[in-house]
Design a protein around this ligand. Structure first.
Ligand code: C5P
Ligand code: MG
Length: 191
């Protein structure tokens, strides 16, 4: 199996690139943000719990996010590998993910971080907000909070996987195809 973590700030292109990686390598794409939006759209108890955090650009508590992720992985056991997009976002989530992979006799192959400067991120998200239907893409204060949360709470995840010699940085500025080529090269080194 090859199990990837697509890492990087909000608006760095994780979702866009994950779709292309799925086409090329046949992996299962698991976006916790998309899962939350599906739950919110259906007004489920989980969606209701997540909504108040997502509206402010804050992290949903670990136990909620981890439970949802675990269900998704366990519902899809027979896949050639997973692409985790937007997860893990805390060290606790990283530890659980490693345990979960271990239970399946596999492990995370690599974490790839898309690096994009703040100004570009804000512009990209505001542009996406015109069509994404996401309230958290429309308000510059919420976007800034998401960036701050990423820097303060999520970047330690990079160090956690770097300590396992699994983390790599990728220039996330350029055309979608250029960035995809950079990612594919790194993925194939780990296959
Ligand atoms: O990954 P994405 O940017 O789509 O996530 C949207 C929102 O969902 C985040 O800003 C955050 O509020 C919430 N989220 C979370 N924990 C995750 C993934 C998403 O709290 N692991
Ligand atoms: Mg996304």
């Amino acid at each position: 199996m090859v199990n990837l973590i697509l890492f990087g700030p909000p608006g760095s292109g994780k979702g866009t690139q994950a779709k292309k990686l799925v086409e090329k390598y046949g992996l299962l794409h698991i976006s916790t943000g998309d899962l939350f939006r599906y739950e919110m759209g259906n007004d489920t108890p989980l969606g209701k719990k997540a909504k108040s955090f997502i509206e402010k650009g804050e992290l949903v508590p670990d136990e909620v996010t981890i439970g949802m992720l675990r269900n998704k992985v366990e519902a899809n056991p027979e896949v050639p590998g997973y692409i985790f997009d937007g997860f893990p976002r805390t060290i606790a989530q990283s530890q659980v993910l490693d345990e979960l992979m271990n239970e399946k006799n596999t492990s995370i192959s690599t974490l790839l971080m898309l690096e994009v400067p703040d100004v570009e991120i804000i512009n990209r998200i505001l542009e996406r907000g015109k069509t994404s239907g996401r309230a958290d893409d429309l308000d510059e204060n919420i976007i800034q909070n998401r960036i701050d949360v990423y820097k303060n709470e999520t970047t330690p995840v990079f160090d956690y996987y770097e300590a396992q010699q699994k983390a790599d940085k990728i220039d996330g500025v350029g055309s979608i195809e250029e960035i995809f080529d950079r990612l594919s090269t790194k993925v194939e080194e780990r296959m």
